[in-house]
Design a protein around this ligand. Structure first.
Ligand SMILES: Nc1ncnc2c1ncn2[C@@H]1O[C@H](COP(=O)(O)OP(=O)(O)OP(=O)(O)O)[C@@H](O)[C@H]1O
Ligand SMILES: O=C(O)[C@H](O)COP(=O)(O)O
Length: 396
C-alpha cells in the first residue's frame, strides 16, 4: 500500500482529494465537522514536512452547474478552524485562476479549490479535466474514503497522471484497515449486525459477509421477510414478499457455512407507524394484523447481548428499529451499549453505513466504538466485496 509516510513533502505541493461533502444549515454553516477533522492528520503531515496542501472536494450534487448554495467557500472557515491554519480559497478547481492560486501557494499554506462538481466532467471521469487537475500538485493524495466508490476525475482518473507520486492519505488507509479487520484479519468470533429497512438493499452484503463471519444478527425491518419466509405471521410489518425465497436461501447458505444466524424472537409492535402509537411486546412470528414490529423486544435484546459480548470483532450496519422515533429507539440504543461494553472488553468494533452512523452520533456512541466510518455508500460497497475505484487507482 502506498501511504503518506512513504513521501516527504518538503517544498512539494500535495494535491489532496478530501471528502468535505458535509451537511450545512440554512445559514450555510457546517453542522458536522467529522469529515473535516478526519482529514486533518493528512493535511498536517504535509505542512509539517514543509510542503503545501491543495484541497479538492465536491459538495452536494450540483450536476455541472455553479449553484452558489453548494460553494465550498461556505466551509472555508470551518476547515481553517479545524486544522488551525488560515485556508485560502479559489473560485474554481481548474483553469487559470486555480493554477495561479496554486503557483502562489507557499510552503505551510493550504488552498481549498471550488466544488469539483461545478464541472460535469468531474462525475463523467473526463480525462482532459483530470489532466487539468493534475497540474495543481506534485504528489496526488487520496484521502476521500466517502467518495472512493465513485470513478470520478478527481478520485480515480487523475491518479494516472501521477505514476510514481500518488498515495493514500491517513484517513483512507485507516478506513481500509478497519474493513480488512472485519473482512479478513479480525480476531474470532467475528460478528456482523445487519439492520435497516429492507433485505433488498443488503442482499449483496449478506451474501459476501457469510464467508467472513461466525455470527450474523439480522435486525430492523429485514427481520420480517425472514420470519414470514419461515411461516411466521408478521401482521403489517415491513416485508418484501418477493425476497422470501432469497431469505430462505440465505439461511440455508449460512447453515452450510457454519454461520450462526440470530433473528429477533420478540418485538415491540405498534398499531401505527407513529411515535404515539399503542405498543405491545409480541412474539416475532405472532404479530396480529393491524400491528407492525418497529423495534427489538426484551428477549431479543438479551440474545443480542450474549452474542455481542462473546464476539471479538464486530461490524454494525443498520439500526435494529425505527430509532428516529423515541418509542422505538431502545433496541438500537441497547445494541450501541452492548457494543460499547464489548469494545471495553477488548473487541474491535466498526460502525458503517449512513443510518447506523447517524444513530451512533445521535445517541453519543461515536467515541465508544473502535471506529466509525466516514463513508456511507463507499462503506456499503466495500462490505459487498467490491474493489472501490478510488482505491484501485492508487494501487495501480
Ligand atoms: N422494523 C422496522 N420497520 C420499518 N423501518 C425500520 C425498521 N427498523 C429499522 N427501520 C428503518 O431503517 C432505516 C435504515 O435503513 P437503511 O437500510 O437505510 O440503513 P443503513 O444501512 O444504516 O443506511 P444506508 O443504507 O443509508 O447506509 C431507518 O430509517 C429505520 O427507521
Ligand atoms: O456523502 C457521500 O456519501 C459521499 O460524499 C459521496 O457523495 P455522492 O453520493 O453524491 O457521490
Amino acid at each position: 500500500m502506498k501511504v503518506l509516510d512513504d513521501y516527504n513533502f518538503e517544498n512539494k505541493k500535495a494535491l489532496i482529494r478530501v471528502d468535505f461533502n458535509v451537511p450545512l444549515n440554512e445559514n450555510f454553516e457546517v453542522t458536522d465537522i467529522n469529515r473535516i477533522a478526519a482529514a486533518k492528520p493528512t493535511i498536517i503531515k504535509v505542512l509539517e514536512d514543509g510542503g503545501s496542501a491543495v484541497l479538492m472536494s465536491h459538495l452536494g450534487r450540483p450536476k455541472g452547474v455553479r449553484n452558489p448554495d453548494l460553494s465550498l467557500k461556505h466551509i472555508c472557515d470551518a476547515v481553517s478552524n479545524v486544522i488551525g491554519v488560515a485556508v485560502k480559497f479559489v473560485d474554481d478547481c481548474v483553469g487559470e485562476n486555480a493554477e495561479k492560486a496554486v503557483a502562489a501557494l507557499q510552503n505551510g499554506e493550504v488552498l481549498l479549490l471550488e466544488n469539483l462538481r461545478y464541472h460535469a466532467e468531474e462525475e463523467n471521469g473526463d480525462e482532459a479535466f483530470a489532466e487539468q487537475l493534475s497540474k495543481l500538485g506534485d504528489i496526488y493524495v487520496n484521502d476521500a474514503f466517502g467518495t472512493a466508490h465513485r470513478a470520478h476525475a478527481s478520485t480515480t482518473i487523475v491518479a494516472k497522471y501521477f505514476t510514481d507520486a500518488k498515495c493514500f492519505g491517513y484517513l483512507l488507509a485507516k478506513e481500509i484497515q478497519a474493513i480488512e479487520k472485519v473482512m479478513r484479519t479480525g480476531e474470532k468470533p467475528v460478528l456482523a449486525i445487519l439492520g435497516g429497512a429492507k433485505v433488498s438493499s443488503k442482499i449483496t452484503i449478506i451474501e459476501n459477509i457469510l464467508d467472513k463471519v461466525d455470527d450474523l444478527i439480522i435486525g430492523g425491518g429485514m427481520t420480517y421477510t425472514f420470519v414470514k419466509a419461515q411461516g411466521g405471521q408478521v401482521g403489517d410489518s415491513i416485508c418484501e414478499d418477493d425476497k422470501m425465497e432469497l431469505a430462505m436461501e440465505i439461511l440455508k447458505q449460512a447453515k452450510e457455512k457454519g454461520v450462526r444466524v440470530h433473528i429477533p424472537v420478540d418485538v415491540v409492535a405498534a398499531d401505527d407507524f407513529s411515535n404515539t402509537a399503542n405498543t405491545k411486546i409480541v412474539d416475532v412470528d405472532k404479530i396480529p394484523d393491524g400491528w407492525q414490529g418497529l423495534d427489538a423486544g426484551p428477549k431479543t435484546l438479551q440474545n443480542f447481548k450474549n452474542v455481542i459480548l462473546s464476539s471479538k470483532t464486530i461490524l454494525w450496519n443498520g439500526p435494529v428499529g425505527v430509532f428516529e422515533m423515541e418509542s422505538f429507539a431502545n433496541g438500537t440504543v441497547s445494541v450501541g451499549n452492548f457494543i460499547d461494553q464489548a469494545t471495553q472488553n477488548g473487541a474491535f468494533s466498526l460502525v458503517g453505513g449512513g443510518d447506523s452512523v447517524a444513530a451512533v452520533k445521535q445517541f453519543g456512541f461515536e467515541n465508544k466504538v473502535s471506529y466509525v466510518s466516514t463513508g456511507g455508500g463507499a462503506m456499503l460497497e466495500s462490505l459487498e466485496g467490491k474493489t472501490l475505484p478510488g482505491i484501485a487507482a492508487i494501487l495501480a
